[in-house]
Write a protein that binds this ligand. Structure first.
Ligand SMILES: *Cc1c(COP(=O)(O)O)cnc(C)c1O
Length: 359
């Protein structure tokens, strides 16, 4: 029996994608082998990676002057790759809205002068700071954001005013959750295990003029975006199987009606949960309402023992992975693209019942 999996990542995937992969496990389209057993230089695999790229380009409406790279090392590896590839002046502006943004900021400091131009640390990252008029150093090579803060449940609803500087965004936990204007960014990247596919793959969408040989001295060949771009993400053996699954998820998104439809589906789910939190006497959302994420919804009862009781009883009832991040406690429901609406409806029913019994 499948459970309702509210994990922040690796996370729920569309059931029909998993079923299709299962059907193709032993014999992929008459090749007599699994995609896992296939050469990344084979004709069959070439078709898989090319089609995956074509589909994500269609879905996100990615302009021709952007490259799509399928890379390893997860999102965290890009925390170093970003400064290595972009810090020509060894200066960058970081907006620190949570732990992932902070990790990226700290990593960048190894390579140059990373400046925190805004932060929401003063209120445990429960809001997005006003980024309309920041003091961005003139010679900053880029401005960096984590667009959706997985742990705290906040999301940038408007992009920061970068004052003409290149915008770099970690979109790991909001990837393909709604339409996006790619032209506003220099670099968009995300680990796929939050909303798109299996762990260990990061997709980076990078404007071509930012992909050059002019990288920091000592940049490993593998971390130089140009190496990967020149070789169509096949410089070495990529995460073949993860790319294959992502390709199936792209097809699923297309079938569901693309990113507009995903957004409507996600807004509907989030509204059910937030409306309940706003009316509940027991459960409370922890985020400034205007900055609420559609993907990650943290909440508390205000009583740690009751939180633990809730998580335990929810798990027994088939609602799993609701425990909040180890650094913040409470609960968190991650309701990514593949979470069906019934999952959220039933969770709210369960919360109402728990409230009646424990309120
Ligand atoms: C999960 C997450 C990461 C880390 O991803 P890894 O692939 O484990 O390195 C980075 N940024 C955000 C926003 C995340 O949610």
């Amino acid at each position: 029996m499948r459970v309702y999996n509210f994990s922040a990542g690796p996370a729920v995937l569309p059931e029909e994608v998993l079923q299709e992969a299962a059907d193709e496990m032993l014999d992929y389209k008459g090749t007599g082998m699994s995609v896992m057993e296939m050469s990344h230089r084979s004709k069959a695999y070439d078709a898989i990676i090319k089609e995956a790229e074509k589909d994500i380009r269609d879905i996100m409406n990615i302009p021709d002057n952007y490259k799509v790279l399928f890379l390893q090392g997860g999102a965290s590896q890009q925390f170093a790759a970003v400064p290595m590839n972009l810090m020509k002046n060894r200066k960058a502006a970081y907006i620190v809205t949570g732990q992932w943004a902070k990790k990226a900021y700290q990593e960048a400091k190894i390579y140059g002068d990373a400046v925190a131009v805004a932060s929401s640390a003063d209120k445990t990252f429960s809001y997005i700071p006003d980024c309309s008029d920041l003091d961005i150093p003139e010679d900053a090579d880029y401005v960096y954001i984590c667009e959706n803060n997985t742990i705290y449940g906040t999301k940038f609803k408007t992009l920061p005013n970068t004052k003409g500087h290149t915008l770099v965004a970690d979109v790991s936990s909001c990837f393909l959750s709604e339409p996006v204007d790619v032209t506003k960014y220099g670099v968009i990247y995300g680990g796929v295990q939050k909303n798109v596919g299996p762990a260990g793959l990061v997709i980076a969408i990078i404007r071509e003029d930012l992909i050059t040989d002019d990288v920091l001295p000592g940049t490993p060949t593998m971390l130089k975006w140009k190496t990967q771009a020149d070789n169509d993400s096949l410089y070495n053996t990529p995460n073949c199987y993860a790319i294959y699954i992502c390709g199936k998820v792209f097809k699923w998104i297309k079938k569901m009606g693309g990113l507009e439809a995903m957004k409507a589906h996600n807004e509907k789910k989030a509204k059910i949960l937030y409306d309940f939190l706003d009316s509940s006497k027991l459960f409370k959302g922890t985020v400034e309402p205007k900055d609420r994420s559609l993907m990650n919804v943290p909440f508390v009862t205000g009583n740690e023992e009751l939180d633990a009781k809730f998580v335990k009883e929810a798990t027994a009832a088939g609602f799993v992975n609701l425990k909040g991040h180890r650094t913040v406690g409470g609960m968190r429901a991650s309701i990514y693209n593949a979470m069906p609406i019934e999952g959220v409806e039933k969770l709210v029913e369960f919360m109402k019942k728990f409230e009646a019994e424990n309120g």
